[in-house]
Ligand binder design. Sequence first.
Ligand code: URA
Length: 441
Amino acid sequence: MNMRDIIIAKRDKQSLTDEQIKFFVSGVTDGSIPDYQISALLMAIVLNGMDEREMTTLTLEMAASGSQMDLSYLEGVPVDKHSTGGVGDKVTPVLLPLIATFGVETVKLSGRGLGFTGGTVDKFESIKGFNVEVDSKEFPRLVKETGMVISGQTPDLAPADKILYSLRDVTGTVDSIPLIASSIMSKKIAGGAKVIVLDVTCGSGAFMKDYKMAKELAEAMIKIGKLAGRKTVAVITDMDQPLGRFCGNILEMQEVFDTVTGKGEEDVIEVVTELAFHLITLAGKDAGMSPEVLREEIRARLKDGSCYEKFKTLIRSQGGELSPSGSPVYVDKPFDCMHVNSPESGYVQGMRADLIGQASVLLGAGRLAKTDSIDYGAGIGFFVKTGDRVERGDSLCALYQGENSNLPEETLFDAMDLILEAYEIGPEKPEKKPAILDVIT
Ligand code: URA
């Protein structure tokens, strides 16, 4: 078998055999296939696609390219959740303690943010003392004590995906449903999940810009999950505007605190509730409740203090500091440095979440390169969102930076310009769009 024949087969629209895919992934992992041949095959896959069997074999081979987590120490079914990313996505820090109140245990491996998509690890790291580099030997003890652990991804988890992703990034081969689906699912499978609930974001601030593409990606991942023997559900959520009222690390964690203490924004609660519902049900922890009763119970636990208690336990168990009043202590203080005012009166028709995300990165909340440092206090707070009324001169949003950072004025003005471009104001009140667009099982 040789790589040239495999490239030619995909170029000529043939299905690759399992042996060919195994040969490819093992050569990627051990470095025996040169980058130019890997890239040529990636481009052929972008152009000619893959069928379900090919995608599943690729996923399982990538999952097996490094160490696979053994979660047999968990009392229940190992579950995992994945979001395809967005702006203001603070779902995981609410979801983990929430499902833990139902006895659903999670070992959550998360990444850092890159570009305008925030990373859960960065959010937790904005809490003073919180350790996100947990030794995997500590996982069983932490899960037993608190029901959950959150940690950065280990380098030996699906290494073939890391090599492929860095080549895809520079060869224009990221945008491909089979490649995205297998990349995401390989990491979930290597992470030991038997139940996978996917939050497939859809809209201007997401990878998938429209519903049709989001549905196609969701279906591809569900097919892989099914063929790989994992129970998989995908929830398609709206990312045509930021989720919640804030984006930026500390600002989002403050919003997480509000949500776990019963004062959350409705869109955040809707997404969290739907994902929690599927995780709890598929893990068999619904205690026979009907779907309506379970959804009500999930919402109730955000209000009655039980999710908050679990949240505090999580913070303490990983070394995070809590103030005497029970809120996290952060590494910095967000400082409200400029307001962006509406140039006209009317209703907010929409907010380009990608431009908002770019503005947030300019303020220092995100990274453009993996090695960039971030300002944990930076971000944006939205006074109005889609459907709200504004008068000319009203504040649309506030820009924040960390107390000790000192952004040049022109950077603030560049961020302001992006935000003015992002907010579309018009005379008619637009129809309200739900936060959950679809659920695919
Ligand atoms: N996220 C991933 O993990 N992989 C992709 O290919 C795209 C998004």
